[in-house]
Design a protein around this ligand. Sequence first.
Ligand SMILES: NC(=O)c1ccc[n+]([C@@H]2O[C@H](COP(=O)([O-])OP(=O)(O)OC[C@H]3O[C@@H](n4cnc5c(N)ncnc54)[C@H](O)[C@@H]3O)[C@@H](O)[C@H]2O)c1
Length: 269
Amino acid sequence: MQISVPDVSSKSLAELVSLSGRRAVVTGAGRGLGRAVAERLAEAGADVLVADIHDDLATAVAEDLGARGRGRALAARLDVTDTDSVVAAADLAVRELGGIDIWVNNAGVFPSVPALEMSDQAFDEVFAVNTRGVFLGSREAARRMSGGVIVNVVSTAGFRGTAPGLAAYVGSKHAARGLTRQLALEFAPFGIRVLGVAPTFVPTEGNMAAAAAAGVPLDSEALLSVMRPGPLGRLGVPDDIARVVLFCASDLSAFMTGSTLLADAGETA
Ligand SMILES: NC(=O)c1ccc[n+]([C@@H]2O[C@H](COP(=O)([O-])OP(=O)(O)OC[C@H]3O[C@@H](n4cnc5c(N)ncnc54)[C@H](O)[C@@H]3O)[C@@H](O)[C@H]2O)c1
């Protein structure tokens, strides 16, 4: 039986953006973009499970959200590549928060290795997090949701090639965008929307560490060219992306599914 998404046109703007009473899980929320997403969802009134492979980071974020006194915030150790771990996090959300209304597949990795030197294992590890992790999170969320929204944090690298060294990343993010489209169709009968958000480059702990690990000096021309402000005149900050995820997670986007929104400051224009 088809479950139709509600007509929300009689709601006020404040009601549309409110996530009061909704239960959200954000993967990779221990730092970077995921942390900013968890903060905005909590500010909008959601109870949030902050999930990360680094449980110390997740705990610190959940404690910070809790101290701000909005909705409930819990932490969990989650490895998105491991089915048992994803199932455990989804079960925890149901048990402790009472259900799942929003699931954000944000965890991602972006090691830089030239394609000619990339091992099979290095390739598979990127796909395990960025693509399989999106599938596992979406499947386990949808199995527990009664309507709701899944948001996949993709990348402009899901729309085009990018800097040398990111073949696995670009492939994995194109695949995550494909999953967004297909799962939107498969989950629509259950009233579950699936959307993607594709950020442009935003400095985070993760991509600064990836550049350092690849031996790219922070003042190198390669990095500076990526970090150069785009058409909107400044580099992004994590909250620039979190606000777009909030739009996707809220009833403001109630009539959207399957698309990936470019949060790219004109990078691909
Ligand atoms: N920052 C950017 O410029 C940018 C641009 C486009 C897309 N993205 C995407 O945004 C997402 C977040 O990126 P970020 O820059 O905040 O990265 P980040 O490294 O700062 O944060 C990623 C978080 O994910 C966690 N994580 C990694 N592997 C995990 C796993 N297997 N299971 C659970 N958690 C795991 C990490 O511990 C970390 O806390 C990624 O999917 C990335 O591809 C980032």
